[in-house]
Design a protein around this ligand. Structure first.
Ligand SMILES: C[S@@+](CC[C@H](N)C(=O)[O-])C[C@H]1O[C@@H](n2cnc3c(N)ncnc32)[C@H](O)[C@@H]1O
Length: 233
């Protein structure tokens, strides 16, 4: 691994929330030990080098959860290189289980346009070259609704200069949230900054955005998600 990149200035360099759930079952252990290293992005400083499809547009999903959205994107956009990032082991296993049959963890062919970053996405962002990304997805991030936890939120004034640098001009940042506090926070943080222009806001599910597990849960429980598109200036 290359040297550990600098954290985002003004944001604590630590992750909050769960990284481990239940102990892994044997199949999950094989997915983590035999498949994950094969599909992990090796060098964040040269992300496209990991993809046989390069040169291609490069997209990044932060916190993919169970991986429904990332898998749907990778299948729908074979000419796009997608990096999907998640730190929660059970989430990583949920995505990986779709990529190899039982017993094929060490040998199943990898999707050519999907690579994983099984660590804090902020470290990947810190290490990648400027102007790398054509699209960024943040679907239903952990809301951290207490105001004393605001520094734990991925959307934060301190990360905007870094995201601005890593996205190409005109690149899209897609965000969704079902949490009223986070929704207001996104609009406050994104409302007064020079880095991203507001492009769209939807109060019903926009066409072409794969659904996620959290979205389904939010809708089942009567919450009202909101979806935004911001464009890198
Ligand atoms: C509320 S879940 C949403 C999951 C998924 N996007 C969905 O909509 O179903 C947020 C996820 O983001 C992950 N996460 C939080 N901070 C992260 C970070 N800095 N880098 C990568 N993943 C992160 C968490 O582990 C968690 O699985």
């Amino acid at each position: 691994m290359p040297a550990r990149p600098q954290p985002v200035e003004g944001i604590p360099d630590r992750l909050y929330g769960r990284r481990r759930g239940h102990p892994l079952r044997p199949r999950q252990t094989r997915l983590m030990e035999d498949l994950l290293p094969r599909i992990t992005l090796p060098d964040p400083a040269d992300p496209l080098a990991a993809f046989p499809v390069a040169p291609a547009p490069l997209w990044l999903e932060v916190g993919f959860g169970g991986g429904e959205h990332a898998l749907a994107l990778a299948r729908a956009e074979p000419a796009t290189a997608l990096i999907a990032s998640e730190v929660f082991e059970n989430g990583l296993c949920s995505l990986l289980t779709h990529l190899a049959p039982e017993g094929g963890e060490a040998t199943a062919p990898l999707p050519p346009n999907l690579r994983l970053w099984p660590r804090d996405a902020r470290h990947l962002l810190a290490a990648m070259p400027d102007g790398s990304l054509d699209r960024l997805f943040l679907m239903f991030p952990d809301p951290w609704p207490k105001s004393r936890h605001a520094k734990r939120r991925f959307v934060h004034p301190a990360i905007l200069p870094l995201l601005h640098a890593r996205l190409r001009p005109g690149a899209e940042w897609r965000i969704a949230s079902d949490d009223p506090t986070y929704q207001a926070w996104v609009e406050e943080v994104m409302g007064d900054q020079p880095f991203f222009a507001p492009t769209a806001r939807h109060d019903t599910h926009p066409e072409g955005w794969p659904s996620t597990r959290y979205e389904a849960k939010a809708l089942r429980e009567g919450r009202r998600p909101r979806w935004w598109v911001w464009t890198r200036r």
